[in-house]
Design a protein. Structure first.
Length: 417
């Protein structure tokens, strides 16, 4: 058997030559390495907290580090430098006293202020005098203040529009809208403008009724505004008017409506009714009573129902008052009593006159036994009748009794039309 160092046949290449070629390729093509990067921890930080600029992929042959404020290395903006040879740090012109550099190149900021927001650049020097640079950025956010929410109207009729405006006190914030403490679902009836600070709803529907907030946020916190409750008032139905006579000379009119939360106004002849001392309204103004009714109360009455968004009137109701003459200073009952007494007196006088008249004529209607017999001349009383046919005179026929009818008593009329 031939040794491994033997030259193989058929044009083979000695194995020692293959190893030499691989070694040369490895020397001229080293393994690729990751580039230098800066990771801010955290990238968004609250004012007064700490932030670390963490360095990744630093070369093991690094001789030192230099940190600059900004995106370009500038000696006037040098913060601090560190030497791996002496293991010491040197402060630069931009050093504030709140920075600490570590041997691996990372830079710590303590008690961050909003002025620290921005870019920071690290420059790394190697032992062979080569250099590499990387840049990182972080943002400092101050505490938020609650925004203020306003509305063009908090009570809106269904079908109208409303505008809500969120007024923030901070910059670099985002604005969201909440409805009943949940994220508002934007529909095709809603429009956002001016960085979401203005919300317009057009047209407004009943389902839009509820509590609204706007919320401002930055990467570290969020705050809600004051609440605004939107009330959507539906279209009102026309009220109806009903009238009744509670007494012979009084009337009560009632306004009927199914809509809640309304106010009622009374109208006479298209003008607001001016109440008099004869008029009275119920506590909710739904009933108008007039007692007594007079001629000047006649006319066309309406009730108007209204809410903060709309109003509507009932149909006209005509009140007609029929005037009547009264005895000055006497009530109706006294007048009727006087008339009745006069009629009874007249009837008695007439009956007495008739009685006297019949008495003089010898007639006693209704009393035939009081009529004296009439005797034929030449005959004595009690003699039998003669054959001449003369007989006792017959009594007069009865007269019908008198029944006087009094005239009708005048009465009052109150016609409601």
């Amino acid at each position: 058997m031939q040794p491994p160092s033997a030259c193989p046949c058929r044009g083979g290449i000695p194995w020692q030559g293959v190893l030499l070629a691989v070694s040369l390729l490895t020397f001229w093509n080293p393994h690729p390495t990751a580039s230098l990067t800066i990771q801010p921890v955290p990238a968004d930080v609250a004012e007064g907290r700490d932030v670390l600029l963490l360095v990744h992929n630093v070369s093991k042959t690094t001789a030192g580090y230099q940190w600059y404020r900004g995106q370009i290395p500038d000696r006037s903006r040098l913060i601090v430098s560190y030497s791996n040879l002496t293991h010491s740090a040197t402060q630069g012109p931009a050093f504030s006293g709140r920075e600490t550099i570590y041997p691996n190149g990372s830079l710590l900021f303590v008690k961050i202020t909003k002025g620290d927001t921005g870019f920071y650049t690290l420059q790394v020097a190697t032992a062979d005098f080569d250099s590499e640079a990387a840049t990182g950025v972080f943002r400092v956010h101050g505490p938020l203040t609650p925004p203020h929410l306003t509305a063009s109207n908090t009570k809106v009729a269904e079908g109208d529009s409303v505008q809500l405006v969120c007024i923030p006190n901070d910059t670099e914030i985002s604005i969201q809208w909440l409805f009943n403490n949940k994220t508002l679902r934007i529909t095709d009836r809603m429009q956002l403008s001016l960085n979401n600070s203005i919300l317009i709803i057009n047209p407004v529907l009943k389902l839009d009724e509820g509590e609204y907030h706007c919320q401002v946020s930055n990467p570290i916190s969020s705050l809600k505004s004051n609440p605004i409750t939107l009330t959507v008032i539906g279209l009102m139905a026309q009220p109806s008017l009903r009238a009744t006579n509670t007494e012979p000379h009084s009337v009560a009119m009632t306004c009927l409506s199914d809509d809640p939360g309304i106010s009622i106004t009374w109208i006479l002849n298209s003008q607001t009714l001016q109440l008099t001392d004869r008029m009275q309204l119920s506590p909710d103004h739904s009933t108008l009573s007039i007692d007594p009714v007079r001629q000047e109360d006649a006319g066309d009455y309406q009730c108007e129902a209204s809410n903060p968004a709309s109003s509507t009137r009932s149909e006209r109701y005509r009140l007609a008052v029929i005037s009547e003459e009264r005895t000055p200073g006497l009530p109706v009952g006294a007048v009727a009593g006087i008339v009745t007494g006069v009629l009874v007196g007249v009837a008695l006088v007439a009956a007495l006159g008739c009685f006297l008249l019949h008495t003089r004529n010898g007639r006693y209607p209704g009393f035939p036994h009081l009529i004296p017999p009439q005797v034929t001349p030449g005959l004595r009383e009690g003699d039998p009748s003669s054959d001449s046919g003369l007989t006792q005179t017959s009594p007069f026929p009865e007269d019908p009794p008198l029944s006087p009818q009094p005239p009708p008593v005048p009465h009052q009329l109150l016609a409601l039309g």
